[in-house]
Design a protein around this ligand. Structure first.
Ligand code: ZN
Length: 265
């Protein structure tokens, strides 16, 4: 089919019938590896909704989504898969898995309702941390590092956000934290959920969530395409108020338990 509007002819069809044609035109993306990669998304809240949406649309087809909470009203301003009828009736991970699967019939998005700490199978190519509390985050970091799985951690606080890419052998989340960090994050890193007792609730908005989740999935695309050389090194800090972003290189803490454990084998 040809369309003419006085400008050069535009041909419709062919590549337009390939769902991922426009992705393939980004030369370095390996769509076969994207399709086959096994991804764990830990957390099905605001970041998890955005991350899973991005993953499925980008062509990832083997996604597990883990979360222990059900849906509350305050989730509805940032979670595109949630509806009013879901409040207090269904688990976050069940809803995300069901509705994200509708985006691509070739994608299998599996719900894993329950605690991150109860995950036994670590047969993943990438782990995405979309969490709101430090203990689950550190658990993911440690297990991913031990199993040599790249871990991409996302965090938001109002209009500010952070992404940390942990590659096997590189500085991990724990390397960048000291005791005061841990105390501060224990106090602050929470937003919603029955199971969460920390106060106060954190500020959050969908625009910052969308930026951070997009960066997480973009880093995942690089890793599965064998382009770790393009990956963020190692932490990106985003300020949505000034629209600024800066990155900071981290270094391995020789006292970090994750490295001592892994290298002591
Ligand atoms: Zn470390």
């Amino acid at each position: 089919m040809l369309i003419t509007d006085g400008s050069p002819l535009l041909r419709i069809g062919g590549s337009d019938n390939d769902r991922h044609d426009r992705m393939r035109r980004i030369g370095w993306i390996d769509m076969e590896s994207v399709h086959s990669a096994r991804i764990l998304v830990a957390g099905a809240g605001a970041l998890g909704n955005e991350a899973v949406k991005n993953l499925v649309l980008a062509g990832f087809r083997r996604i597990d989504v883990a979360d222990m909470d059900d849906i509350v009203v305050s989730n509805l301003s940032r979670c595109l898969f949630f509806r009013d009828k879901d409040v207090k009736t269904v688990m976050k991970s069940d809803v995300v898995a069901e509705r994200a699967s509708e985006l691509d019939p070739d994608a299998t998005v599996t719900s894993m309702p329950g605690r991150i700490q109860d995950i036994k199978n670590w047969d993943y190519d990438i782990v995405l941390g979309c969490l709101d509390n430090i203990s689950a985050r550190m658990h993911l970091n440690s297990h991913s590092y031990f199993h040599r799985i790249p871990y991409i951690d996302g965090a938001t606080d109002g209009f500010r956000g952070k992404v940390h890419v942990v590659l096997p052998g590189g500085p991990c989340l724990q390397c960048t934290m000291n005791r005061s960090h841990v105390r501060e994050m224990e106090r602050r890193f929470t937003c919603t959920g029955n199971s969460t007792t920390y106060v106060p609730r954190m500020a959050a908005d969908i625009t910052t969530t969308a930026v951070i989740a997009a960066m997480q999935v973009r880093e995942a695309l690089k890793i599965v395409s064998g382009r770790e050389d393009m990956c963020l090194k190692h932490v990106a800090y985003y300020n949505g108020e000034s629209c600024e972003m800066f990155t900071a290189e981290a270094s391995v803490d020789p006292e970090c338990a994750n490295h001592l454990l892994r290298e002591g084998e």
